[in-house]
Design a protein around this ligand. Structure first.
Ligand code: NAD
Length: 357
């Protein structure tokens, strides 16, 4: 909190920009901007907390409507990464990066090489992996200029491991909420048939779950219909699907004042980072009897894959997401609180001890 105190000494409330307020309230940290006109790189790296180790997080490359939208996204994501690494017991801090995707990318390799140079300038305080809109080939290009790049093609795509962790999380939620040890016949509505959504559908189909899916991309949906017998609905209809589980695997803030009343499910458990538009929605879900598996616990498999080299250790760590969630759900029941409230306090205890962020 020294950062906040220093800020308070230098500027008054009346002139302090709101985004600084937002960043300070989340406990940041530092935020770095980079413009390289030649390659079209407009990028932000947000480093939330490095108390446990270097900040590790994915790189998003999306067409943000404004710089402010990109900045808010990267701040919220980096904040969640600190909590994710802390709860996963990894010697890592939390960070994230975004590249504001240009309308037309002239040379994608050059763009990500420029990104690699940006990451390298931070001297190892931030380590980058992939996220929405980037892939292992992009990280290969970035790695031409920095050793602080993960998720390169030699290490492979973390999405299948993330999906395995989500499957374990869904199993924990189904056991806790529905008293069922098997996923046979459990109906899961998956929003997003991208990297994680596809592999999650594969996992669930193998275990006999019934699937309903949507995606903005027709081809991605049809592939899941063909391979996993998934029923398809329009993206706007996925919230209305009567199912056991809603699994958000697209972009954030999908549980909001508009969608929450439409939900007809017992459980929310998916890959999406920050799926709740506001933390108060965790309490709303709790009051409505919908069990919410906190995002940064259930989707930690990708982070584990990026950091843990040994295959057996990695497998055991990802499988342990089941026990971690059962523990959180039981504590939440005992406290009559939402699972998110419980796990936020646990993570803050690890990150800040008795000095909350
Ligand atoms: P992705 O970009 O590969 O897939 C997302 C899919 O969602 C795309 O196919 C896109 O067309 C679709 N989509 C976007 N908006 C939609 C909407 N409104 N309705 C329906 N479909 C929509 O991304 P991903 O790697 O699969 O990641 C999905 C989510 O999981 C993201 O929030 C990401 O931050 C999170 N996550 C991913 C990983 C990982 O290992 N990839 C790890 C942890 C968390």
């Amino acid at each position: 909190m020294q950062y906040v105190k220093a800020l308070n000494n230098k500027v008054t409330d009346s002139v302090r920009p709101d985004l600084f307020n937002h960043a300070a309230s989340l406990g940041f940290g530092d935020i770095h901007f980079k413009i390289e006109k030649k390659t079209g790189l407009y990028a932000i790296v947000a480093i939330h907390n490095t108390r446990l180790g270097p900040a590790l997080g994915g790189c998003r490359c999306l067409p943000y409507p404004s710089t402010e939208a990109a900045l808010i996204d990267v701040l919220n994501l980096a904040h969640a990464m600190s909590y994710k690494a802390a709860m996963a017991g990894l010697p890592l801090g939390g960070g994230k990066s975004v590249i504001i995707r240009p309308n037309h990318i002239e040379d994608r390799v050059a763009l990500f090489e420029a990104y690699g140079r940006f990451v390298d300038e931070l001297g190892g305080r931030f380590i980058s992996s992939v996220d929405s809109g980037t892939d292992t080939a992009d990280m290969d290009a970035a790695a031409h200029y920095s050793n602080f790049i993960r998720s390169t093609s030699d290490r492979g795509d973390p999405s299948p491991i993330t999906a395995l962790g989500i499957r374990r999380g869904i199993q924990a939620a189904v056991k806790h909420k529905l008293g069922r040890a098997q996923l046979e016949g459990i109906h899961v509505a998956i929003q997003g048939a991208g990297h994680v959504g596809y592999h999650l559908a594969k996992e669930l189909h193998y275990l006999g779950a019934k699937l309903t899916m949507c995606d903005n991309k027709q081809a991605a949906m049809e592939r899941c219909a063909a391979e996993f017998n998934a029923d398809l609905v329009a993206p706007t209809d996925i919230f209305k699907v009567k199912a056991d589980v809603f699994s958000p695997c697209a972009l954030g803030a999908v549980i909001n004042d508009n969608t929450l009343p439409q939900l007809d499910v017992a459980i929310i458990a998916g890959a999406t980072n920050n799926p709740l538009a506001d933390v108060t929605h965790a309490q709303d879900l709790h009051q409505r009897g919908i069990l919410y598996a906190p995002d940064y616990i259930i989707n930690a498999g990708g982070l584990m894959q990026v950091w843990i080299q040994d295959a057996i250790q990695l497998h055991n760590k990802v499988f342990s997401i089941y026990d971690t969630l059962i523990n959180i759900f039981e504590q939440a029941d005992n406290k009559n609180a939402s699972p998110l409230t419980v796990v936020d306090r646990m993570a803050e205890e690890i990150l800040y001890g008795s000095e909350p962020g």
